[in-house]
Design a protein around this ligand. Structure first.
Ligand code: AOF
Ligand code: ZN
Length: 350
């Protein structure tokens, strides 16, 4: 066959994104079926337990007889195992689709190369995208989950030009605004990208944050809040606004409401163990850690992070709480309105 058409591979990436965080603990996957240069069906994996992208794309094709002369593009290697749904490889073989273009291999050991192997031994031509990196980056969370069996961790904070991150309690009784509107919208975009968001007890009590995505399109993350002794005021937004919250506490406060769940992490506070438990028992696949400084320092000290994102304003305030010490790592920097975005770990697959 001619080499794969990059436009269809790109379309798979676009479609896959539509699954958002609903797919967790699964990967985001998009698929396009092409007949004589035209898309005749497309789809994406909509949520965990739902149909795989290939199934949705095949179902979308009106005239199934065209499948025997078509190419199916998929952002991730088609699965070859029975999970919550049957193998996509069987579907491709059943419909006699002669060619498959794959964005990247599936890191799930149950699949990992076996999907492609089975398609090839069934007589299907399988072509791998020349550059798998965009497809791996699309699923940075899923790849990390498979490899480390813990959630993907993003440390995020805002700081001033002189590296202060918040006011001290004794100096001001309300949180200072550091960055401006475009950066704030970017933060809400980040909140939609990750499945959960974590803050410490003081941040929850002092800022009374909602930690939702009101400035951007996308699902609200699950709030994970530290409250060792179960003392947080139940009128705070995290308890009362109808969104989902998970409270890490040694105390179990009963029946706040059905959206709030208490989780006793056992040892206070062994992050490696807690993260494994959050992933293994509660399917928490990614956590955006928004602070405060103390929580960030704990994760930095233990090297438990996969990405660091800093929103830096051009203003000097000269006092307040110092931002966490930065590890000596290469950061990328981009402007956003009048602020800057510093990011470490953006290109972990290259
Ligand atoms: C695909 N297409 O759209 C997705 C795939 O429990 P299940 O049946 O949903 O299977 C989940 C596993 O299947 C997941 O861990 C990953 O290896 C693969 N996901 N594969 O061919 C898809 N979402
Ligand atoms: Zn599948």
């Amino acid at each position: 066959m001619n080499s794969p058409d990059p436009r269809f591979l790109f379309r798979c990436l676009q479609l896959a994104q539509l699954g958002g965080t609903k797919v967790c603990p699964n990967p985001k996957v998009g698929s396009v079926i092409v007949h004589q240069g035209r898309i005749i069906g497309e789809g994406f994996h909509p949520y965990s337990g739902g149909p795989h992208a290939e199934v949705v794309a095949v179902e979308a094709v009106k005239d199934k007889s065209l499948l025997t002369q078509s190419t199916i593009y998929v952002s991730l290697e088609p699965c070859n195992h029975f999970g919550k749904t049957p193998p996509c490889v069987d579907l491709i073989l059943k419909h006699k689709i002669p060619r498959v273009v794959v964005g990247c291999l599936d890191p799930n050991p149950k699949v990992a190369g076996k999907g492609i192997e089975r398609l090839r031994s069934g007589g299907v031509e399988v072509i791998l995208a020349e550059n798998p990196i965009p497809f791996q980056e699309l699923n940075e969370v899923f790849f990390l989950n498979q490899q480390k069996k813990r959630p993907f961790i993003v440390l995020k904070w805002a700081e001033t030009a002189d590296r202060f991150t918040a006011s001290r309690k004794e100096e001001m009784s309300f949180p200072i605004k550091i960055t401006s509107r475009p950066a704030n919208e970017f933060v809400h975009q980040l909140r939609a990208r990750y499945q959960s968001i974590m803050v410490g007890c003081n941040t929850a009590a002092i800022d009374n944050p909602s930690l939702n995505t009101r400035l951007f399109w996308g699902d609200n993350p699950i709030r994970i809040v530290m409250d060792q002794s179960g003392k947080l005021d139940q009128n705070l937004n995290i308890f009362s606004d109808g969104g989902k919250s998970m409270i890490l506490s040694v105390e179990s406060v009963s029946n706040v409401n059905s959206n709030v769940r208490y989780f006793n992490p056992g040892e206070w506070i062994d992050w490696e163990k807690i993260l494994k438990k959050l992933y293994g028992e509660y399917n928490i696949c990614s956590i955006l850690i928004e602070g405060g400084v103390n929580l960030h320092q704990q994760f930095l000290a233990q090297g438990l992070f996969d990405k660091i994102i800093i929103l830096r304003s051009p203003d000097y305030i000269g006092k307040g709480l110092k931002a966490p010490d930065l590890p000596e790592l290469p950061f990328t920097i981009q402007s956003l309105g009048r602020d800057w975005v510093l990011e470490w770990g953006a290109n972990s697959f290259s």
